[in-house]
Write a protein that binds this ligand. Structure first.
Ligand code: ADP
Ligand code: MG
Length: 525
């Protein structure tokens, strides 16, 4: 039911002077904000601005250092997520909170009252997923699901509690344009039902498209509130970063060196019933090139990255060549020693251990492949702490990593700052071959442009760079060549300058694969 009249203007949630200190560092400082019933309210701000910290206080994950929260006009304490849910607040986190070994329904059950049967939960989840346009199989195992599908679980899980306010932390950074459009339809439906949405995003165009109001944070403080539809992406970006966002200067190198990464007829069976098998994938990346691989989530991107990085080696050494040497059967460390670097999609767990400091994370990633730099003491192997700290400092400076102390735990960094550190860690080794999967997932405009520029610069300096991304804007910003992955098949690579979005859309749908297949058959033999 749409909300009308006076009730529409009384805030559902109002935040007064809300502050969160970590030690002496104010992640949020004197925040004032109100959310009206039935509105989609954007929370904007660059990485480290305090957005996640703010919404964690609203959802009872963090307790405020001072200030107050009013819910429907009444002051409330929100000591836990279950207290937040009881009030009518649901949340979809930036980093999903799902157990990979459990099914969709089992994961949902974990946040429900113990009394409800699994069968009922599965049925209700199914019903909601259909009614809100979020296709989901309650019996699938989370381990086998794409990032986009995992997000749908979180949304359905939040909806099951019939919330009045639903908070989404950077939801579209993991979605394809089509999936994002579908999410916007879901949000429009929630709004039409009179629910409120607090929407954190770094994508200014989409904030303008779907949000009624926006509050902008910078360095933990509110720096602006506006109707985003009356702003331009540039004016919003200025509110966020306080200056104009740098444009990535495109790769466009004429330098075409030797082939440094080559995949020859790589075929790999799916490891699980829900995974994608790779089918006769061929590609070449030369020194000076950025090959970008576009595609809808869950079309084999993760599987291709695993094969390229050696996380899952393939039996045939010749299927993958790193710097013109067979490497298909080698593991990740051996490939790093050959001069390759890798940045995986999942930052927590795969790329960084949240509880360890940045310098310890650096040692973990590099102690084997950069033994000389970081390990001394001969056979005993003593970590050169000073060298490690210096490297961590250098990386933070080069990539402009914002942090609350000198060498904090990786988990305390905001998503974008952690990603800058992880990308910087690989770049610091000056790899001849770099393979990155979703380099700017969940990263704001300022940090994303910093990361993209660093990838382009690496290629310009003579390395071969392969970027797997679902973000077409990103692809056009960095790529010299573009190929599209669809159902585990990779299209041929096209010079970026010759490829339109429409053509990529067709390739994403596998349309041209059929045409290619037909052509191959008629030319064969
Ligand atoms: P955003 O979501 O806007 O990117 P966050 O709210 O995650 O930013 O982080 C805001 C700031 O607070 C960052 O500088 C981050 O490093 C710091 N921070 C966040 N959580 C912690 C924590 N648990 N301990 C110390 N500092 C933290
Ligand atoms: Mg955040």
């Amino acid at each position: 039911m749409p909300v009308e009249g006076e009730a529409a203007n009384r805030p559902l949630l109002a935040v007064g002077n809300l502050t969160k200190l970590f030690g002496t560092f104010a992640a949020c400082s004197g925040i004032n904000l109100d959310i009206r019933p039935g509105e989609i309210h954007a929370l904007l701000g660059e990485n480290g601005a305090g957005k996640s910290t703010l919404v964690k206080m609203l959802f009872g994950v963090l307790s405020p250092s001072s200030g107050q929260i009013l819910w429907q006009g009444q002051p409330v304490q929100i000591p836990s997520p279950s207290a937040a849910r009881k009030l009518g607040i649901g949340m979809v986190f930036q980093h999903f909170c799902l157990f990979e070994a459990l099914t969709v329904a089992e994961n949902i059950a974990l946040s429900m009252d113990p009394g409800v049967s699994l069968a009922n939960i599965a049925e209700e989840a199914k019903r909601l997923s259909v009614s809100y346009g979020l296709p989901l199989d309650p019996n699938a195992h989370v381990a086998d699901l794409s990032v986009g599908e995992r997000q749908r679980i979180e949304i359905v899980r939040a909806l099951l509690q019939n919330p009045k306010l639903i908070i989404l932390d950077e939801p579209t950074s993991v979605l394809t344009p089509q999936e994002a459009d579908r999410l916007f339809e879901t949000l429009a439906k929630l709004k039409a039902e009179g629910r409120s949405v607090l929407y954190i995003s770094h994508r200014l165009e989409e904030v303008q498209r779907i949000c009624d109001r926006a509050t902008v944070l910078r360095h933990g403080k509110v720096t602006g509130a506006c109707d985003p539809r009356l702003e331009t992406p540039a004016s919003l970006a200025r509110m966020m970063v306080g200056s104009d966002v740098a444009h990535v200067s495109a790769a466009g190198t004429d330098l075409k060196g030797d082939v440094q990464l080559e995949v020859r007829h790589l075929t790999a069976a799916a490891r699980t019933p829900f995974a994608v098998s790779l089918k006769d994938v061929c590609l070449k990346v030369r020194a000076g090139e950025v090959l970008a691989i576009a595609g809808v989530a869950g079309n084999g991107q993760g599987e291709l990255f695993d094969a390229l990085s050696g996380e899952y080696p393939v039996p045939d050494p010749d299927a993958i060549h790193v710097r013109q040497k067979p490497a298909g059967n080698l593991g990740i460390t051996a490939r790093r020693l050959m001069g390759a670097g890798f940045v995986p999609e999942e930052r927590h767990g795969h790329a960084a251990v949240p509880a360890l400091s940045l310098s310890d994370n650096l040692v973990l990633a590099r102690c084997q492949s950069d033994r000389k730099a970081f390990i001394g003491g001969g056979f005993i192997g003593i970590i050169r702490q000073q060298a490690v700290k210096r490297a961590a400092k250098r990386i933070s400076e080069v990539m402009d990593v914002r942090k609350s102390s000198d060498n904090p735990a990786a988990g305390s960094l905001s998503g974008g700052n952690l990603q800058k550190f992880i990308v910087g860690r690989e770049l610091d080794r000056q790899p001849t071959v770099l393979v990155v999967n979703q380099p700017t997932w969940g990263v704001d405009a300022g940090a994303a442009s910093r990361i993209r520029q660093s990838l382009v610069d690496l290629a310009k300096s003579g390395s071969a760079v392969l970027v797997i991304s679902q973000d077409l804007d990103e692809i056009f910003e960095v790529a010299t060549e573009i190929a599209v992955i669809s159902e585990g098949r990779l299209s041929e690579a096209y010079p970026a300058a010759t490829l339109s979005r429409e053509k990529i859309g067709l390739l994403m749908g596998g349309m041209d694969n059929q045409a290619d297949a037909a052509r191959e058959t008629s030319h064969a033999h």
